[in-house]
Structures are given as C-alpha cells and as structure tokens.
Design a protein around this ligand. Structure first.
Ligand SMILES: N[C@@H](CCC(=O)N[C@@H](CS)C(=O)NCC(=O)O)C(=O)O
Length: 236
C-alpha cells in the first residue's frame, strides 16, 4: 500500500505503525518535522480530517487521513492482513492496542503533563507496570503462548497482537534496558516472544536502522529525562 506517516522522530507511538509496515515489507514515506508541524498547526476546519496530535496516517491509496494511533493500527492491520478473521481475536487485538495506549499515557504521566515523583514512580513500577505485564502474559497464555509456541493469539501466523506487543514492550525495553528484568520476571513468555520477533529479518533491520537514527531515545522531551532519572534512582 501507498502511505505516508506523520510522526515525530522518536519510537514511542510511531513504532506501532512502523512495525506493521516494516513486517509487511511496505515502502512508506515519513513526513518531515516541518510537514508534521504544518498539518498539526492547521485550524481543524482546513485539516483533511479534524485531528489533534500525531501520529497521522495519509493513506495515499484512497487519499484519506486518519489520526489516533489505535485507529491507524487497526486500519493498517486490516489492509495488510495482520487482523485475525476470527471476530473475538480481532477484538482482542483492539484491546491490546488500547491497553498499550493506556500504558504509554501512564509511563509518560499523560504525555508529560507532570514529571515523575519518586514515590509515585516506585508505586507505578511495582504495581501498575507489573500488572500490565502480567495482563499481556496471561492474554498470550490464554491462547497457548509458551516458550515453544510462537504467537500471542496462537495459530501459525504473526498478527497485529504480536506486532503491538513488540511495539509496546520491545521498544520500551530497548530504550530503557533496566525494564527488561521487569518483563522477564512478570511476563516471561512475552519476553521470549519479543526475542523471537526481533530476529525476524525485516524487524531486525528496522530496529538497527532506528537505533542508528534515534539511539536509545524513547518519547523525547522532559518526560523521558524524568523516566531516566527514576530508573537511575531505582539502581541506587
Ligand atoms: N490519543 C492519541 C494521542 C496523540 C498524542 O498525544 N501524540 C503526541 C505524540 S505521541 C503529541 O504529539 N502530542 C502533542 C499534543 O497533544 O498537542 C493517539 O493515540 O494517537
């Protein structure tokens, strides 16, 4: 498919979209920061679809725009064949991407609205982050995920559920390696799934290119510095 992604030069929400396109082997364009800012600052009545904040997707096949990361992920998954035919599994895919967006909002204190205080961070890491990890683990196990069985929702093909899991936990752990241990402890089968996904040739090549461009940057800004300072305190 022919499309253009409007997302800041950072992994964070963008990786949910990029990983689908990369695994499908699609050649997509990424808008420049100037192009993103132009669309972002337009009055809603002249935007192609009223949209608050990136990511935006321009589906050039149909010349339509979409915003809201989970909506874009559903749209692409359907078009690229990553959405299971089974209605329940397809709804579980939607749940996992909505859960993911909640987790992104939580780890960034609502996209950087406030910086972390250490007591709150400790509670988040020990309770909420642990529970989110356990939820992904139990969801996968419910469909037969194990150290030997390949995918989140069973079956013999990668689906949106796997790519969402990688975009969430794989990206987070690569950018904040201290959190790998949390994942290994609270979601061991998810941790192994991530290792298997990251050696798939197209994903491996994407990760290498992204690390060359963005290093270990996650979401950027003051909130990323705040998360890093919390992890530093945890280490002391
Ligand atoms: N619910 C939206 C959130 C979008 C969002 O918060 N985008 C961030 C970057 S990840 C942004 O650019 N925020 C600027 C703003 O909200 O004005 C989604 O899932 O796409």
């Amino acid at each position: 498919m022919n499309c253009k992604l409007y997302y800041w030069p950072a992994p964070f929400r963008g990786n949910f979209i990029r990983l689908l396109l990369e695994e499908a082997g699609e050649k997509y364009q990424e808008a420049s920061v100037e192009e993103i800012l132009e669309l972002y600052s337009k009055p809603v009545e002249v935007q192609p679809l009223p949209m608050m904040a990136p990511p935006y997707l321009h589906d050039l096949d149909h010349d339509v725009f979409l915003s809201q990361m989970p909506v874009i992920v559903m749209h692409l998954s359907r078009k690229l064949g990553f959405l299971p035919d089974d209605a329940f599994k397809s709804s579980v895919c939607l749940k996992l991407v909505l859960d993911s967006n909640d987790i992104l909002a939580e780890i960034t204190n609502l996209n950087g609205n406030t910086m972390w205080e250490y007591e709150k961070w400790k509670e988040f890491r020990q309770k909420r982050l642990k529970r989110w990890l356990e939820m992904f683990e139990e969801t996968g196990k419910g469909f037969g995920l194990s150290s030997k069985s390949e995918y989140m929702l069973g079956g013999d093909q990668i689906s949106m559920a796997d790519l969402v899991t990688e975009a969430l936990w794989g990206t987070m752990i690569r950018c904040f390696p201290d959190l790998a241990e949390d994942c290994r402890r609270h979601a061991p089968n998810v941790f192994q799934l991530i290792q298997r996904i990251e050696i798939r040739p197209k994903i491996k090549s994407f990760i290498e290119r992204q690390q060359q461009s963005y290093g270990s940057s996650y979401c950027g800004g003051q909130i990323e510095k705040s998360i890093r300072s919390m992890l530093e305190k945890d280490r002391q």
